[in-house]
Design a protein around this ligand. Structure first.
Ligand SMILES: NC(=O)c1ccc[n+]([C@@H]2O[C@H](COP(=O)([O-])OP(=O)(O)OC[C@H]3O[C@@H](n4cnc5c(N)ncnc54)[C@H](OP(=O)(O)O)[C@@H]3O)[C@@H](O)[C@H]2O)c1
Length: 311
């Protein structure tokens, strides 16, 4: 029986759940946690399924050909492995669907002024604020990949005009710009900016004071991608000055967000604990199993993460 390694740093409960679901989805292989592999078995392993793995455990597998991540965002893995082995990331329509749903939910939260009404309730204020229809609320999606496309579809179906920004201006049923000039154009013409970019050398710190100042007065930001893409101090400054109205943040430089972080109690910031799109173990396991089965049958590797671009 082919042996596949499972390498994860998580709770015992999470590991047991993943092992159970993956073993049901791939009954024809022997899926084993790294610690259960003896020296001879380590030399047999060509594929590992990983979730936040210890790179040392992967380096102890001398014949490893590729690894399948159970996560969509792989910047930490790419940095830790430094190109030593091809990485396949999770691309799951259910994950994209759930991200599209989250982007729509938090866009409606901002469009219908929910943060302001929650504040009014705390202050016992009965004030009806002006209504802004979806058609008057311009949305920007930064990063029109798997997540961005799913979010754009949900937003457009709800009546929001959407513009995208992407590395390549690939075809979509909404306008997509690229490059620094394109980014300025998109930011200047958006009431809500949604960040769905991968974290790479190019996107780290991309949303800084300059980018935030290009957004119209009163605009809002949703960051569901990775914390370090947005410069937190610059964001706080833009909110404090009243240039921006609100920010919904699901991702942070450090997670869990430290208790001392000023983001927790900022009146113009909504903090979420990295829940905008959570992996569904059943759909993810079926996709991982399909990719591994194809490799075992044909020797074909699924699409791997580009080592140079980092996503
Ligand atoms: N908060 C959560 O729960 C959660 C869940 C899942 C994913 N995420 C985050 O979402 C990110 C995106 O996921 P995905 O599956 O949509 O990834 P993806 O399919 O690889 O899409 C990324 C998109 O960003 C574009 N891009 C990359 N670098 C760029 C740059 N420098 N300038 C402009 N555009 C750039 C890419 O353009 P090209 O197509 O031209 O290359 C691509 O369209 C993940 O990396 C992860 O960090 C968060």
């Amino acid at each position: 029986m082919t042996k596949i390694a499972f390498v994860a740093r998580g709770s015992e409960g999470e590991e047991a759940q993943w092992l159970g679901v993956l073993r049901s989805a791939l009954p024809e292989v022997s899926l084993l946690p790294c610690r259960d592999l003896d020296e001879a078995s380590r030399h047999e392993i060509e594929v590992a399924i990983v979730a936040n793995p210890d790179p040392a455990e992967l380096r102890a597998l001398p014949r490893l050909k590729w690894i399948h991540s159970l996560w969509a965002g792989v910047e930490r893995l790419m940095a830790e492995l430094d190109g030593s082995v091809p990485v396949v990331r999770l691309v799951d329509p259910e994950l994209s669907r759930s991200m599209g749903e989250a982007v729509l939910a938090w866009t409606l939260y901002l469009q219908r002024d929910m943060p302001a009404y929650a504040d009014q309730q705390r202050r016992k204020l009965w004030t009806q604020r002006p209504y802004r229809a979806p058609s008057e609320c311009r949305l920007a999606i930064l990063g029109t990949g798997e997540m961005g496309q799913a979010a754009a579809a949900r937003l457009m179906a709800a009546g929001f005009p959407v513009t995208g920004w992407n590395r390549t201006p690939k075809g979509a049923d909404f306008p997509v710009h690229s490059g620094p000039v394109g980014l300025s154009r998109v930011l200047e013409a958006s009431d809500i900016v949604v960040c769905l970019l991968p974290l790479t050398a190019e996107t780290r710190g991309l949303i800084d004071a300059k980018a935030l100042s290009q957004m119209p007065h009163g605009a809002s930001l949703i960051n569901f991608a990775r914390g370090p893409i947005v410069v937190a101090a610059d964001l706080i400054d833009a909110l404090d000055r009243g240039h921006l109205t609100h920010a919904v943040l699901d991702v942070f430089d450090q997670e869990p967000l430290p208790e001392a972080s000023p983001l927790w109690s900022h009146p113009r910031i909504t903090v979420l604990p990295h829940i905008s799109a959570t992996t569904n173990v059943h759909t993810a396991a079926a996709i991982v199993a399909g990719n591994i089965r194809r490799f075992l049958d044909t020797g074909d590797l699924p699409k791997t993460v580009d080592q140079t671009r980092g996503y």
